[in-house]
Ligand binder design. Structure first.
Ligand code: CTP
Ligand code: MG
Length: 229
């Protein structure tokens, strides 16, 4: 089993002076927290960190500090201009014998290890793609380009999806070989290639740090929880 942690984004919406993965959340970087969560699941994994090309040294330092005596293997590779290219760079270095691959956003820094384990278990038992999702809390409107409301969308069947997203390795690798470059997540990409994808219960702690407001929320959650990664 392998976990690809994509951390090569620049974090434009966060607006920090560092690329997002290297921004501090109450004493540990976003990347280090995501890594610590992945390293604390029960089974050993091949963990691939996809970092900005100009930050490989810094990423390696963080990886070495987080790894400690962990039995998982860790690899750092350079990412690409888009998230999809970064995932592809991670897929390219998977070892032999890996049958299940999870793709995880470093920016979902506080993801509990239990959610990672649930995704792995789901892929193993179903052979499908498995992704975490949460019910949509707000009422959803469809609007036109002027902002006029056209209709209220029935939100009952809608879920907001998170990562880690897990797949059988062969299906994910094959889907990436033929994918166009406009998918917003890996599940959409493998679904377009014909793999069934199942949603399991997500976790509010797996929210993505996108804006300064999210960073502030992550900082207060860490301050309140000794169990935070
Ligand atoms: N990501 C990546 N390579 C890219 C773009 C994104 O590895 N070229 C990763 C990010 O590091 C992040 C995850 O994909 O962990 C989700 O992306 P997002 O939250 O959009 O991060 P950024 O692209 O860095 O942020 P922004 O869109 O605000 O610039
Ligand atoms: Mg982005």
């Amino acid at each position: 089993m392998a976990i690809i942690i994509v951390a090569a984004g620049s974090g434009t919406r966060l607006g920090a002076t560092e690329p997002k993965a290297f921004v501090d959340v109450a004493g540990r970087t976003i990347l280090e927290r995501a890594l610590r969560s992945a390293l604390s699941i029960a089974e050993p994994a091949q963990i691939v960190v996809v970092a900005p090309a100009e930050r490989l040294e810094q990423a390696n330092t963080i990886v070495a500090r987080a790894a400690g005596a962990a039995s998982s293997s860790l690899t750092v590779v350079s990412g690409g201009d888009t998230r999809q290219q970064s995932v592809a760079a991670g897929l390219a270095v998977l070892g032999d014998g890996i049958e299940i691959v999870l793709v995880h956003d470093s920016a979902r820094s506080l993801t509990p290890p239990t959610l990672i384990e649930a995704v792995i278990a789901g892929v193993r038992s179903s052979g499908n793609g498995v992704i975490p999702g949460l019910p949509v809390a707000d009422t959803i409107k469809q609007v036109d380009w002027m902002g006029s409301v056209e209709r209220t969308v029935d939100r009952a069947p809608l879920v907001a999806v998170q990562t880690p997203q897990g797949f059988p390795r062969a299906a994910l690798v094959d889907a990436y070989k033929t994918a166009s470059d406009d998918f917003t997540d890996d599940a959409a990409l493998v679904a377009a290639a014909g793999l069934a994808v199942t949603v399991i219960d997500g976790d509010p702690l797996a929210f993505k740090i996108t804006t300064p407001w999210d960073l502030a929320r992550a900082e207060s959650l860490v301050a309140a929880s000794p169990a935070a990664p």
